[in-house]
Structures are given as C-alpha cells and as structure tokens.
Design a protein around this ligand. Sequence first.
Ligand SMILES: [Zn+2]
Length: 386
Amino acid sequence: MSRLTSTTEILEALVGFDSTSRNSNLAIVGWIEAYLDRLGVAHERIPDQTGAKANLWATIGPAGRPGYILSGHTDVVPVDGQTWTNDPFRLTARGGRLHGRGATDMKGYLACCLAAVPEMVAGRLATPIHLSFSHDEEIGCVGVRTLIAHLGAAGIKPAGCFVGEPTSMNVVTGHKGKRSFRVEVRGRTCHSSLAPQGVNAVEYAARLIVKIRDMADRLAREGARDPLYDVPYTTIHTGVVAGGTALNIVPDACSFQFEFRPIAADDLDALTGEVMAYARERLEPEMQRVAPEAGFTFDVMSGFPGLDTPAAADAVALAKTLAGRNAHSKVAYGTEGGLFAQAGIPTVVIGPGSIEQAHKADEFIAASELEACGTFLDRLIAHCRG
Ligand SMILES: [Zn+2]
C-alpha cells in the first residue's frame, strides 16, 4: 500500500471523530493508541483535570537522546452555522482534494505523521522522533501546556519541534503572541438629571478604550517593526463593550474586552502596565472623588506567547533542508509553537495544507500537500537514522 493511500485511510478515520473542542477527545486518542499498539510503539496519555480530555505523547527511537517533536492538535473548530456540501465528519474526495472538518487544520498532518510511523519503527533511529498530539488548541493552546510541563518535569529536552499547522510546507519561524483582557468598570448610579453626583461607568470605559487606541496608533506610527509580518508592528484592539440600561440612568457598570497581538521586539508587560497605570493613576482618582467604590478590574482572558525562532537556529536550517526550501516566513495566526519555544525547545511551524482552508465550510487538503509532507517526514527519518 502506498504512503498516500495509508495517509488517506488514517485521515478518513481521524476526520470521522467529531473532536470539536467542546467534546471529549478520548475517542480519537483511543483510536491513535490502538494504531500505535499494532506497531509496537509505546505511548502515554497526559490527561486534563477533568479526565475527559488528554494529550498523547509517543516516542520512536532511543528516548534518552534529544530528538524531534512532531506537534499537532486533535481538536477542531465547530461546524455550527456553516453550510457544507457533504457531511463534515466524513472524508470526501473531490478532484485531488480531500474535504472534511480538520482535513487541513490539522488532522492531515496527524495522518501524515502516523502513516510514517512504520518507517520510523523500521528505521532503527539513532535520534528519537516524538509525537505530541494535544487537546484544546483551538480554544487558546490550552491542552499542550500540561504536556510541556510534563516534559520539563521528566527532564526531556528535545533538539527541536515541528508544529504541523498548515503552512503549505513553508518554513515558518515566527508568529505574534496574544494576550486578551476583560475589564469591569464600576461606577455609581443616579438619575441622569443629577449626573455629576454619579460616576458614569460607560464614560470611564470609553476613556480607557481611547487610551488603548492612542497606544495602538503610537505603535503603528513609531513602534518596533518586523517586516516579515503583513501588519509589521504590535496591534491592540477593543472588540466587545457592554454597559448601561436606559438613557435616564447614569450607568454604574460597563465591561469591555481588548487584546494585544505583540511582535517579539515589544515588551508586552510594559504595554499592559501602561494601560493599567492610566486606569489606576489617571482615571480612578477622579472616579473615587465622587464614589470611593468606583474603579477598574482587569482579568486576563487568554493568551499565548509569540514565536520568534532565530533564522540561524539549527532547527530552521534542518526544516529548510527537509522541506527543500531556502526561504522562511512568519504568519499571522498563533500556534502552540510559542509555548514549546518558551520551554527552550527550538521550534518551527511547518505543515501541509493552506490556512486559507482552515476553519471554513468545505475545508479541504490537497492530496499533493499530504505527499509533500510525507517527503518531509521521510527525510526527517533518514536524518534521524544518521
Ligand atoms: Zn490548528
């Protein structure tokens, strides 16, 4: 059986599991475990706190030596509200394309890796290859954090990590980070005809939102630059705001959400501190002169670190050799790569399929992309035999 045939059959099985992030992923993990069992490959579950989800870790080759991680996620985004030509959880081939939820993001990569395991086993590797398949990536790179902590505790120090998010097999060395906040603004209510006796939470929220926008404008105008990004500087944006009940009532509550998407050159803690300092030092004293209970509360909603692997890193050179490419680039979307890099593991994002097809109705991966990824993995196996 050709590699593409086995890859397609594995992809068909993986797409058949509705592993939308809100569901347990134990069924798809169980299928992968059974597959590895048939090949005699040992594996380990790293469960979440609820026990309803798990990361999967497996090693082929001598576990005690620094090797290479093939990193992917088992969860997919929902199909809710999307119109699909065929059942999204049934792989459907049409004109060289394989359609199904997760085909490109990123069960296609998982299938390529699993289809290569027999070669890895037969290859008597001198350098190990690890499979790291996580849960809950799509809701903020949540699951893999436990797995990375586990590696640290076990003293496992891989030489590199290839995160197989769809890059059309381009070598990607960086992406921006993300940190998002929910802000609660407490004011004091009163009848609108007596407005100065209250503290208008909507107005103070607006003043902080304007401050955030001013910072965003400053970064756009004169902030640090990374020309490998389409938007080559750090962005900040407010996306949700809610407050007030009626025009004749001064609102005592307002909430809003904003996020940073920083490039590596900017200090995210300093930027966060600037927003908070404006609230604490400029706005709260004014509010509390009228109502001592008034003020701001900040909660971090989610976030992940950016990735910025130096172009000269060995892992980048190896990825270029294996992919047969000379160039590297950076991407707009986030990945688990920043978390691996934060743990000291040199990381490159490279995987089959295009991000253009991810998260959409009729998501697909081209069979040619699966073949290109298979070639990349064959070369990695040859390298690890060395
Ligand atoms: Zn993904």
